[in-house]
Ligand binder design. Structure first.
Ligand code: ATP
Length: 215
C-alpha cells in the first residue's frame, strides 16, 4: 500500500492544499494521506500563528467526507520543534513492512531542505514527491538543486520525471494544478478586512470567524 505524509503549518488550511492533495492522491495511487500540522515550525518565525489546536481542527473538519485523507496529531503530541525526520521515523515504526511511504512537499519547501535536520537520512528513509509550485519552478531547476545540494548519485529519468539513486529512495516531480492560494495570502486578506470565501473550506472560514483568528 502507498501512503503519503504531508506536513504543513496549515496556518490556515486552504483549498490549495486540498486541490494538490487530490491530484497527488490519484497520480500516485496513495491509499491514505496523513496531513500533519506542525506544532512549532523550525523554519518559520511566526508572529501570527494560530494555536496548534485550532490549526488541527481546521484540517480535521476540512477532511470530513474526503476519502483517503486523514489528519495526524503526531507533531502536536511531541514536545519541541517539529522535525520531519522524527515524524517519518514515527510513521515507519507503525506501518506494515510492505508499505511504501511518500513524503509530499511543495517545491518551495523542498528548495529549503538543506536546512532540515538530518536531511540525508530523509532521502534514505522515504520516497519524496515534489509538487511543483509557482511559475518559476521546473524539473530542471529541481534537478540542478539536487545535483548541487543533495547527492551526485541521482539520475533523472525525463519520461517518468523521477530521480533514482542506488542507495536512497526515489524522488518524483509532480506537476500539480496551479492554484493561486497560500496561507499568507489568506492571513493578509483577513488583516485587510477582505473576504476569504471560496479560498478555504467552509468549516475553516467559520472557525476563523468564530475565533477571530489572524486579525
Ligand atoms: P504560507 O503562505 O504561510 O507559507 P502555505 O500556503 O505555503 O503557507 P503550508 O502549510 O506552509 O502552506 O504548506 C504546506 C505545504 O503545501 C508546503 O509544502 C507548500 O509548498 C504546499 N502548498 C501550499 N499551498 C500550495 C499551493 N497553492 N500549490 C502548491 N503547493 C502548495
Amino acid at each position: 500500500m502507498n501512503i503519503g505524509l504531508f506536513g504543513g503549518t496549515f496556518n490556515p488550511f486552504h483549498n490549495g492544499h486540498l486541490g494538490i492533495l487530490k491530484h497527488v492522491q490519484d497520480s500516485f495511487d496513495l491509499k491514505k494521506i496523513f496531513l500533519i500540522p506542525s506544532a512549532t515550525p523550525p523554519h518559520k518565525p511566526w508572529i501570527n500563528l494560530a494555536p496548534a489546536t485550532d490549526r488541527f481542527k481546521m484540517v480535521q473538519k476540512s477532511l470530513h467526507n474526503q476519502k483517503g485523507l486523514f489528519v495526524s496529531d503526531k507533531e502536536l503530541t511531541r514536545k519541541g520543534p517539529s522535525f520531519t525526520i522524527d515524524t517519518i521515523n514515527a510513521f515507519k515504526n507503525e506501518v506494515a513492512d510492505d508499505t511504501q511511504l511518500f513524503l509530499l512537499v511543495g517545491s518551495d519547501a523542498f528548495l529549503d531542505i538543506t536546512t532540515w535536520k538530518l536531511k540525508d537520512n530523509i532521502f534514505k528513509a522515504i520516497h519524496i514527491i515534489i509538487m511543483l509550485r509557482g511559475e518559476t519552478d521546473n524539473p530542471k531547476r529541481i534537478s540542478l538543486f539536487i545535483d548541487e545540494h543533495i547527492s551526485k548519485g541521482y539520475t533523472f529519468n525525463k519520461v517518468t520525471c523521477q530521480f533514482c539513486h542506488t542507495d536512497n529512495k526515489k524522488i518524483f516531480i509532480c506537476r500539480v494544478p496551479k492554484i493561486d492560494i497560500s496561507s499568507t495570502m489568506i492571513r493578509t486578506r483577513i488583516k485587510n478586512g477582505l473576504s476569504i470565501h471560496g479560498l478555504v473550506p467552509k468549516s475553516v472560514e467559520t472557525l476563523i470567524q468564530t475565533k477571530e483568528l489572524y486579525k
